[in-house]
Ligand binder design. Structure first.
Ligand code: 7TS
Length: 413
């Protein structure tokens, strides 16, 4: 598909077709989680209606069917991120779990005095696991800062050195909407013998991903931010590294032989998947990938950039509205955090909800960034494939109304 047929897409998302506070819902909280199309919901339903069984253990027909579908989903995810082998695709609960697993591996690698380099724009999921790994090993957590609302690559380069053992960056910031040059960062990391970790929570849903081209060592994503169910995600890792890593969880499913005092592990990827996995979630995430690929990731990306080019200047034109991240639409993803002079973002978000517009307000799980920006919180509108220019207009209209209301120039209806 060259261009998205948004009205047709919207028909796949019945949840969008509702009124909130007597206004048609405008859902702009996609960075938190996306809505699910009928195809994904039907997949969950069909699985539980027809195929439900545990995987990798039964020989009966349902168990074989469930196993086949679960492994077929892994293959879809492999193709989606262009990994070399499906052994490199580990099912997790989401990005947070993936990053925790990598940080657990880091605990085995890091020595006192080593460094882990991240950026100030990271989500807590890409900060706290590293804080813990550093605390336990005596390594140091080092931050790269910003320039013009984006990662300052000079600062980043100046902070990477032979003590750096891990570099971990968000591919796309969930607050600034900036796209980090993770391929360039991976090359620098490797020059210094460090592992490159990419937090793909906000990139996998919105652009085509090629982990081999990025040459990252790890890449984590969350299914629920890309039309899939909650509780399922993927951690990609290069096969040779995953082979060196110890499993993080132990129990059924991940073992080969178990003796009274010791056990041996299954081969990749199952070595990492202890216990009954989220079978339905994985299969439904496969259906989400089918849905996205049918639209085309490049087409999705182009469409979202079109929305940004449309809405960003309109937001910039609102007197007293401050936008975080780059002010240049070509450098801004469809995640736009903002504040209105003198108003608390929670009040702004509540006023927008009154108009049917759903945005998030708060620290967006990025408190170090929020502190660095010198604010206590922000409102955030984040867009996806089913959002329209009319949604953008409604957002602008609702912000102006909120401003007038709180400034006392507009009376309650
Ligand atoms: N990394 C980034 C960049 C994120 O935006 C998020 C979630 C995560 C990691 C964690 O993902 P999870 O699926 O494991 O929770 N971000 C948001 C958000 O911006 N609003 O709610 C969740």
């Amino acid at each position: 598909m060259d261009k998205l047929d948004i009205q047709k897409i919207r028909q796949d998302f019945p949840i969008l077709n509702q009124y909130v506070n007597d206004e048609p819902l405008v859902y702009l909280d996609n960075a938190a989680t996306t809505q699910k199309p009928n195809q994904v919901l039907a997949c969950l339903n069909d699985y539980y209606h027809q195929d439900n069984a545990n995987v990798h253990r039964g020989v009966h027909t349902l168990a074989e069917r469930a196993t086949r579908e679960y492994e077929a989903a892994r293959e879809k995810l492999r193709a989606f991120i262009k990994a070399k082998s499906s052994k490199e695709v580990l099912f997790t609960r989401g990005t947070t779990t993936g990053l925790n697993w990598v940080a657990r591996f880091a605990e085995e690698v890091l020595q006192p005095g080593d460094e882990v380099l991240i950026s100030i724009m990271e989500h807590h999921s890409n900060i706290i696991p590293w804080q813990e790994a550093c605390r336990k090993t005596g390594a140091k957590l080092v931050y790269a800062y910003l320039k013009d609302g984006q990662l300052d690559m000079l600062d980043f380069e100046s902070k990477i050195n032979d003590k750096t053992k891990f570099v971990s960056l968000a591919h796309v910031s969930n607050v600034l909407g900036s796209v980090n040059p993770v391929k360039e960062a991976a090359a620098l990391a490797h020059q210094h013998g460090a592992y490159m970790v990419v937090d793909g929570a906000q990139s996998a849903p919105h652009m085509s991903i090629d982990v081999q081209n990025l040459d990252c060592d790890f890449y984590a994503l969350s299914g629920h931010k890309m039309l899939g169910p909650t509780g399922i995600g993927v951690l990609y890792g290069k096969e040779e590294i995953l082979n060196q890593m110890s499993p993080v969880e132990f129990g059924g499913e991940m073992i080969d032989f178990v003796y009274e005092q010791e056990a041996s592990w299954k081969e990749l990827p199952w070595k990492f998947e202890a216990g009954t996995p989220n079978i339905a979630g994985a299969i439904a995430l496969g259906a989400a990938v089918d849905y996205l690929e049918n639209l085309g990731m490049d087409t999705i990306h182009a469409y979202e950039q079109d929305l940004v080019r449309y809405v960003l200047p309109k937001l910039q034109a609102i007197d007293g509205l401050q936008i975080y991240g780059s002010q240049d639409p070509s450098k801004h993803s469809a995640v736009i955090a903002f504040n209105l002079d003198g108003l608390h973002p929670h009040d702004v978000a509540t006023a927008l909800d009154y108009e049917g517009v759903a945005v998030r307000a708060g620290h967006h799980c990025a408190q170090p960034l929020i502190n660095h920006l010198g604010i206590s919180s922000a409102a955030r509108a984040s867009f996806y494939i089913y959002n329209t220019k009319e949604d953008c207009d409604k957002l602008i209209e609702a912000i102006i109304k909120a401003k007038e209301f709180f400034n006392g120039t507009l009376k309650i209806r």
